[in-house]
Each structure stands twice: as C-alpha cells, then as structure tokens.
Design a protein around this ligand. Structure first.
Ligand SMILES: NC(=O)c1ccc[n+]([C@@H]2O[C@H](COP(=O)([O-])OP(=O)(O)OC[C@H]3O[C@@H](n4cnc5c(N)ncnc54)[C@H](O)[C@@H]3O)[C@@H](O)[C@H]2O)c1
Length: 375
C-alpha cells in the first residue's frame, strides 16, 4: 500500500497578530519541506474570525469549515477581537466552534521552557521545564456556552445559570489520550505519571470525572496515576512545576491553567498548543489576537513555530511518514538552538527582538544545519 506523503493544510491566519505570526510560520514550513524532503505540504488559506465577521456577517463560513474538514491538518493564528461581539454579548470565537464541530476533545498544552530564554522563575530547575497539560475541549463548563438561563425580567435578570457537562464517553477518551501520551513520553525519559486535576471535594461532576479517571488508570497499570485539586495545582505549578509530567483536566480549569503554564514559559508568545480529535486536529499558539501590539512587529512567533512542529509530528505519526515527524523535531530543535546562547530576547520577555528577529534566528538554525545535528 502506498503511503500518502502530500498533506493538505488548511491555514486560518485569523485576526490581529494571528496574521503576523502565520506568514513566517509558512515560510519556515516551506524551508523544512525543502531541506528534509520526503513529504509535501499544500497550504490552503481560509478566511474566518472577527474581521471576517465585520466584513461579511459570518465568523466562520460553512465552505471554509467544509474544506478544513477535508484537510489533513488545520493551522490557526488567532481569532477574536474584544470589541467585536455577537448580539448576545459573546465574542466571536470560531476556534471554539471548530473544537466542537470536529470533536477536538484533547487540548494539548505543553509547558516547556527554552534554556537560554528569559525565565520568570529563579529556580534552576525551572530553566528546562517539560510537562504537558491536557485540557478537555468539548465539554465541561464551556459546553453550556450560548445556553445561559436567566431568572427574572429580561431587561434586568436577577440570576444567570450556566451548566457544566461531563460525559463518560468524553472523559474516557480524554483519559485514554492522557495515558497514551504519558506512555509515549516515558519512552523519552519522562516519569509516565498522569495527574487528574479537579475539584472533586466540592462539585459532583468532578467527583464523577475523578471516578472515570480511576477506572481508566486501572487499565494502565504500568503508568503512574494521581489526583490534585485545581487550587493546589495552581500553587504547585508555580512552586514546583518540575515535578509534573502529564496533567489532565476539565475545559475551564484547563483554559486557566494553560495561561499559567504560558506564564511559566515567560509569556503567551512562547506557548504552543494542539487540539486533537479522532481524525482532525487544529494547531495554534495559545495566545489571542493581541490587539495591544498589533501592527508593531512585536509579536513573538515562537509559539506558532512550536505549534507547527507539533503538527508535523502529529502528521508524521498519523500517516506513518517519519520524514515529516523528523521535520517537526528539527523545527523544535531550531527554536531551542535560537534561544540557547541567551542572546535572543523577544520584546514580550523584556528584550527587543520582534517577529522578524525571532524568525531569522530560527531560520538560521535550520539553514545552517545546526538544528538537524541537534535533532
Ligand atoms: N485561540 C484564540 O484564537 C484566542 C485565544 C485567546 C484569546 N483570543 C482572543 O484574542 C483577543 C485578545 O485577547 P487577550 O488580550 O485576552 O489575550 P492575548 O493572548 O491576545 O494577549 C494577552 C497579552 O499577551 C500579549 N501577547 C499575546 N501573544 C503574544 C505574542 N505572540 N507576542 C507578544 N506578546 C503577546 C498581548 O500583547 C497581551 O498583552 C480577544 O478577542 C480574545 O477573545 C483568541
């Protein structure tokens, strides 16, 4: 059977700095394709987001979604603008619609510090953090969005109610994903320990979540399994984050903790992410459209480069194309090489380097072959 090595990538640059970080990311992916060979990326740009909503009245066109559904992977910049909203007051957030429609249940949020990059924690053990937070992305408190129930008069309600939903199916597939990831990480020297982050001492839904976790953990006796309340987890992410391996949690908790994770890496521009389902996957930086810095050349593209590396790794793994996986590793190492000597300091981390300088440093690491040796 012949292996498919040509991948269609649906690219949604989106809004604000999303567009600014996407252009150099595509440039780098093209360079990798040329240098490593053995796979081909065919990019298809799609329009969606807050600006598109203002222009057309539609945030995420059906045709773009249909094409994205046919693609092998989706690469996204950022979407949304704080002052562009639907009539009910909610922000335009097509990335959330995508998670629901494509059932992207596993939000993978690696927390990895780059040795050499400015780091907010003084402890030397924080210089090379490497753990992963997995955020359930189709259920939890977010599942009730758009369905808030109000009491009292419509013009001045007396209360608002939102619903949190946890299903057995949704929780089981999430935990299975977490244990599989922990097993894969253990092959690379990590402890192979999954921690369920919840609030099972107070909320019944979290008690259920924890029980399903324990059932799934029992199917993986070779891996470690533990629990932590979300408040303690927030504390420990700052006090001793080097002890974590794989954390798995509900949608809203994951939303909050992943920003804390980005803070541990120095800023949003350092934090990559992937939202993965059974067949589809979206790769995007954790950050938003950053209206405060848009158009100034200051956006840090590192998170998008690392998200693109995750995409190559996932494509290579899904389709059995080792060259594609290797390109992901080279891009990952190129980012590490760019920061290694301590001279590259993005504006976001208190330095002066903008999008162009960070891009040049990563491209140089690829073009010079340094990243390939390191990989
Ligand atoms: N997945 C997404 O597309 C996504 C995620 C978060 C927020 N948003 C949307 O983005 C808009 C702005 O949200 P926000 O301000 O809360 O979050 P944000 O992530 O856009 O910005 C938070 C802060 O981090 C900085 N920052 C973010 N990314 C950076 C980068 N790459 N380089 C340098 N600095 C960076 C910004 O300048 C800002 O000070 C909102 O409309 C929000 O809904 C979208």
């Amino acid at each position: 059977m012949s292996v498919n090595t040509a991948f269609r990538i649906a690219v949604f640059p989106g809004d604000g700095i999303g567009r600014e970080v996407m252009t150099p990311t595509i440039e780098i992916l093209r360079l990798l394709q040329q240098r490593i060979g053995g796979f081909e990326l065919r990019f298809q740009e799609e329009q969606a987001g807050a600006a598109h909503y203002v222009r057309t009245g539609t945030a995420l066109p059906d045709e773009a979604m249909a094409r994205a559904g046919q693609a092998d992977a989706i690469l996204l910049g950022a979407m949304g603008m704080p002052d562009i909203r639907y009539p009910d007051g909610r922000e335009i957030a097509p990335q959330l619609d995508m998670r629901e429609q494509f059932e992207l249940f596993a939000g993978v949020r690696p927390v990895r510090t780059q040795p050499g990059a400015p780091n907010p924690l003084a402890d030397p053990r924080a210089q090379a953090l490497d753990f992963v937070l997995i955020r359930e992305s189709t259920e939890g408190l977010f599942a009730g969005r758009g369905h808030t129930r109000y009491d009292g008069p419509a013009d001045r309600p007396t209360a608002a109610h939102d619903t949190m939903t946890m299903t057995r199916k949704g929780s089981e597939r999430l935990f299975e994903f977490a244990f599989r990831l922990a097993a894969r990480r253990r092959e690379r020297g990590h402890p192979g320990e999954v921690t369920c982050v919840d609030k099972a001492n107070v909320i019944g839904g979290f008690y259920f979540f924890r029980q399903v976790f324990d059932e799934v953990a029992a199917r993986h006796p070779g891996l470690g399994a533990g629990h932590m309340y979300v408040d303690a987890c927030a504390l420990n992410m700052v006090r001793r984050p080097w002890e974590f391996d794989v954390l798995v949690t509900e949608n809203m908790f994951g939303d909050i903790l992943s920003d804390l994770g980005a803070g541990l890496m120095g800023g949003m521009g350092m934090a990559p992410s992937a939202d993965i389902g059974e067949r589809h996957a979206v790769f995007q930086p954790c950050h938003g459209s950053a209206p405060d810095i848009v158009g100034r050349g200051l956006a840090n593209p590192t998170a998008t480069f690392l998200s693109a590396a995750m995409m190559l790794d996932w494509l290579g793994d899904q389709h059995g194309v080792p060259d594609c996986g290797r390109a992901g590793l080279v891009l990952d190492r190129a980012v590490a090489c760019a920061y290694a000597d301590g001279s590259l300091k993005p504006a976001e981390l208190g330095g002066t380097a903008g999008t162009a300088e960070v891009t040049k440093a990563v491209m140089d690491a690829i073009s010079s072959g340094r990243a390939e040796v390191a990989a």
